[in-house]
Structure formats: structure tokens, C-alpha cells
Design a protein around this ligand. Sequence first.
Ligand SMILES: Cc1ncc(COP(=O)(O)O)c(C=O)c1O
Length: 388
Amino acid sequence: MDEHVLHTYQRAEEVFVSGNGAEIVDASGKQYLDFLGGIAVSALGHAHPGLTAALRDQVGKVVHVSNLFRHPYTEEVATRLARLSGLEAVFFTNSGAEANEAALKIARKFHKNAGNPERTGFIAIEGGFHGRTLGALSLTHNAKYRAPFEPLVPGCSWVPANDVAALESALRRERPAALVLEPIQGEAGVRELTREFLRAARRTCDATGTLLVHDEVQGGCGRTGQFLAGDAASVKPDIVTLAKPIAAGLPMGACVVSKGLVDTLQPGDHGSTFAGGPLVCRAALVFLRELEEGGLMQQVAERGTQLRAGLEGLQREIPLISELRGRGLIQGVRLARGAEDAQRELYRAGLITNRTGGDVIRLLPPYVITPAQIARGLDILREVLRAL
Ligand SMILES: Cc1ncc(COP(=O)(O)O)c(C=O)c1O
């Protein structure tokens, strides 16, 4: 059947058929520990009882009504996202790329409304990944992803990560509509932007009238133990984009804007048929209630500390580990060589991770992972990396 699916991914051989929490089972009955969570998506793990019950209930009521009508779940999710992010209002989407597309359109229209229609370009950061749609792809740094589809959106450029002087001079020279950055660059190999750089970005955006967009599609929604990765630097962007874990596995994204941008888009300016419907919002509510009222964010912080301490122990033992990156439940183990083999061997040993940025084994476990499962994952990592 595979011949009828376009080959846009290098798919692994394993076929997963069921799961429970941070464990997942393949078609042969083999059990794995899931340290990838569907690439930062399955925050509540697999077969979460609260999510399962809520979705069963919702499917029996109403799945879709259209954005021509209001729905209480949509409004409650938006209210919670505004509260958690410290921003004001939400445009719902079905993915991270679409959340970024919304941010780009809002930035352009904001400047047009302000009498600066020439401010149409964007600056992003080297190594950044923002998605595969034409607008989001225009800001994605890796030339391999962009080249086959050029020409893309004009006026996009990149500055080196953590180079404050380069950032300041680019913003002053180019006067873009927005600066778009990931506080933690997931696809670049879990590379963190420094607090100094994030603060300089905020300061220079303010000084040049540039909108600041934080793409927190991968690092946001509690993944670092705080709701936004940018919170650690006490930086509030004008727009934050979210997706991946936000509906605990169902497709959902959000473009959350500050007060000054609430009226930028007017009826008819933007839309999305499926986005923010009752089913995904019911799922998002289960997740956001766990984060806000269920102590899940604190749990992420604790598991993250445990994971980091364990990885530091491994680094002392195993010279192959050249660097540790990230925090909370987004961490990366950089290897001096053999990352591709390591990932394959980890699958064989029953640990699902993935390789990113070339030489980094990326760990993005579900937020509900237990201390014992973290310890077991570390044991498997030790065994496999030692053997290499
Ligand atoms: C930081 C970031 N932005 C955007 C995207 C694109 O999200 P999606 O695949 O949901 O379109 C990703 C996906 O990996 C991401 O990591």
C-alpha cells in the first residue's frame, strides 16, 4: 500500500498500533519507550483516559460546526491560551506552518494599516525551521528545503543565531515587517538562543517598529516547564505561534497576538474551514486543564531536571557524547559520530528518539512520562551509546 503514499518522509520499518502513556507497541507486539511523542505532539502520551473519554463524548455530540458559528470550547481554549501566553487573542489553525502563515499576514497588514506598506519583508535566524508552506518555507533557513520551490516570498533574510550585532544592524538596515525566531531551535538540533539575544531582539524590534514573532510550535505549550520557552528570558513577543502538543495529538495550531494586533485582521481577511472546531478544542481543553490545574507543567520541569542530570552522568561516562542541549522535555544529545546508527540501534533496543541537525539525538518525551520511564530510557541510551 506504501506505493500510494508520496515519499516525502523516510519512514522507518516499525508500524505502531497501540500505546499507553509513554509506551508504544508495534504490530509484532514489541514494546518501546516513546521519547519522541510523535515529534513533540503527544504531550498526554498514548490512550490518555481523560482525553479518550472527552473525545468519545464529543464525537457523539458535535465534531464540526464551521467558524461561521461560535462554540464555547473554542472560546475557552482561546481564553486559556491568552492567559497562559500573556497575550490577547487567538487565530486557530490546523498546524504549525499555518500558524506561521497567519503571523506573516498579520505582520504585513499591520504595517500596511500603519501607513508603511513597504514593510513587507521578514528576518529570521540561521538554522530556523518554520514549516513547509510557501510563506513559512520562505523563512526556513535550510536551503535544501527551499531551493526546489523558489522563487519564494521576496525580502526574507537570516542572521546568525546569537549574534546581537548582526541582528541589530539587519533590523535597522532592512526594516522588515517582522523578526521571526524560535527561542529553542528544534530542527536545528535543539539549539537555544541565548537570553541576551532574545532580549536584544525585543529591544531592537521596539526601537525599529518591527513586530517580534516567536515560533514556539515545538518548544512552547509547557515543553520547557514554562508555558513559553521565551518566558525564561522574560521576553514577550508581539505574536507567538503554537501547535504540536496543543490538542494532545489532534491537528491544531494557534497564532496568538498581543493587544495592539487584535484588530489587524477583519472579517474576510483570513480563515480556515476546520480550525478551532469543537473536537480539537475539546482535546485542547483536556491538555490545557492538565497543564494549568493538573500540575503537568511542574511535572515537565521535574522530569526535565531528572533527564538532564541523567544525561550529564552519561556524558561523563561516554566520550561519544560531545554536547548536551535543551531543557525541560526538549533535549538533545550531540554525538561526535554515528548519530544515524545510534538512532537505529535505539529503535532496536526499544527506545524511540530521532536524529536532528545531523548529529543530535533529540528527546521529546510525552509530558506524562514517569520517573521510572525516564530512568529506563537513560539505561537504554547508556547501553546503546556505550556499544557504539
Ligand atoms: C518550530 C517549528 N515551526 C513550525 C513547524 C511546522 O509545523 P507543522 O509541521 O505542524 O506545519 C515545526 C515543525 O516541526 C517547527 O518545529
